[in-house]
Ligand binder design. Structure first.
Ligand SMILES: [Fe+2]
Length: 434
């Protein structure tokens, strides 16, 4: 009940996010329409810009990594402003730093730059706190800004002044422009244009800003997706740990029988192996096979309440002793019922001596009142018990055991469980472990 409720909550939250994204996408389509409309009746140069913008939209659609978004947007801006050196940067969430993605148009100078600054220029980066505050403000409004102090001002805090001036000289840099890749006031990266002294961007500003806006949307999507995947992975790891802890608890409970009653311990292990083979043969789901495996390992845990001399006594039990033995499914249920397993282990254990015709115990349940996992355990329990030596009788053999469950097929035992058990032994060669 609790799981389905939390599942419904999560679906609701996801729908809310999708609605937000849909609304954002519709707003963006409105922007694009306006931009395309403005460009349509303009010069051939504007038509080229419109084509570039549409290309970048198509290329960004499948991009999921922040660096890929920067490669696509940077290349588009470089195509639009071939005379510029185009530098793209993005926020590396895992490292908590802004990183350079590309320096387009200065490739042949990168080694010179590396010599000037003493490190690979692409390894430059800074945290949000290290970035100069007056520049961060410029990066969040989606507009293309000229940096009055040029590269020296842009790189302040990242590069020593002489290195920045050296780079300006080597690259012949004049005006420097930046446009942030930002969404709702949050800065995810940026595109920087280092221009020759006589460059004029006026007729391309709108398109550059439109490309930046598309890249911002793609980056925001990339970070949301990454955050979602990381949160899913954390949830899964936590669920795996919980499941492992529960399985260890079950194993520890099963092992209790080893010290007290070696017959019951061996019976539980062998019967579990046959139960799992039967459940798999029946085509039960992995979750149900796990239920059979875990319940099998502790199905007789309730025998801790029976004096050891009764369990290991040669010869038949008195009526009073037999009544005591018949309490073990209920005792086992009571031991397990307070633990919140992923499977109804307490009920499966409670029902493992029930029979379809109501002749079992402790409740005398009938047919579909008995859980499928308990129906499997019931068949494997009888087969294993008959093939094993007991203090009061020798082992009766596998054939006699299979004949017993087949004779009760559809009467005491579930037909599917009997058929699967017999087939696992006869067709697949299953043998009980030692
Ligand atoms: Fe039992």
């Amino acid at each position: 009940m609790e799981r389905s409720t939390s599942g419904a909550r999560r679906v609701g939250a996801a729908s809310g996010t999708l609605r937000d994204r849909l609304a954002a996408a519709q707003t963006e389509i409105g922007h694009l329409r306006a931009e395309v409309g403005g460009l349509r009746d303009a010069t051939p140069a504007h038509s080229t810009q419109m084509a570039a913008l549409l290309d970048v939209v198509a290329e960004l659609a499948p991009a999921t990594a922040a660096a890929d978004v920067c490669h696509i947007a940077g290349a588009a801006v470089k195509g639009l402003v071939p005379e510029a050196t185009v530098v793209t940067s993005y926020l590396d969430v895992a490292a908590g730093r802004f990183c350079l993605a590309d320096v387009l148009g200065a490739e042949r100078y990168l080694t010179v730059v590396e010599r000037l600054i003493g490190r690979d220029p692409l390894s430059l980066g800074c945290t949000a706190l290290e970035a100069p505050a007056h520049l961060v403000a410029l990066y969040t409004d989606g507009r293309l800004h000229a940096i009055p102090g040029g590269l020296g001002e842009l790189a302040r805090g990242l590069l020593p002044g002489p290195a920045a001036r050296g780079i300006e000289k080597v690259l012949g840099v004049g005006p420097v422009h930046v446009v942030g890749l930002a969404w709702e006031g949050r800065y995810y990266g940026g595109i920087t244009l280092l221009l020759p002294p006589d460059a004029d961007l006026l007729d391309r500003i709108d398109t550059i800003e439109a490309i930046a806006r598309q890249a911002s949307i793609a980056l925001q999507r990339s970070f949301s997706m990454q955050a979602h995947l990381e949160s899913e992975a954390r949830l899964q790891a936590s669920a795996d740990r919980l499941r492992a802890a529960l399985e260890a608890t079950v194993a520890a409970m099963g092992a209790v029988m080893l010290t007290r009653d070696p017959y019951t311990d061996a019976h539980q292990r062998r019967m579990t192996a046959l139960s799992v083979a039967t459940a798999r043969k029946m085509g039960l789901s992995g979750h149900d096979v796990d239920a059979v495996r875990l319940a099998g390992g502790i199905h007789d845990i309730g025998k801790v309440g029976i004096p050891a001399e009764i369990l290991s006594r040669p010869g038949p039990l008195s009526d009073a002793e037999y009544e005591l033995v018949k309490e073990h499914p209920q005792v086992g249920h009571d031991i397990l019922s307070s633990i919140d397993f992923d499977w109804p282990l307490a009920d499966i254990v409670l029902q493992h001596h029930e029979r379809l015709d109501g002749s079992g115990y402790p409740k005398g349940l009938r047919s579909d009142e008995v859980l499928p996992a308990a129906q499997v355990l019931a068949v494997a329990d009888v087969v294993e018990a008959m093939t094993s030596h007991r203090p009061y009788r020798p082992a009766l053999g596998m054939e006699a055991a299979l004949a017993e469950v087949q004779s009760g097929r559809g009467v005491r035992y579930a037909p599917a469980a009997v058929d699967a058990c017999v087939s696992a032994v006869r067709d697949d060669g299953f043998t009980l472990p030692d």
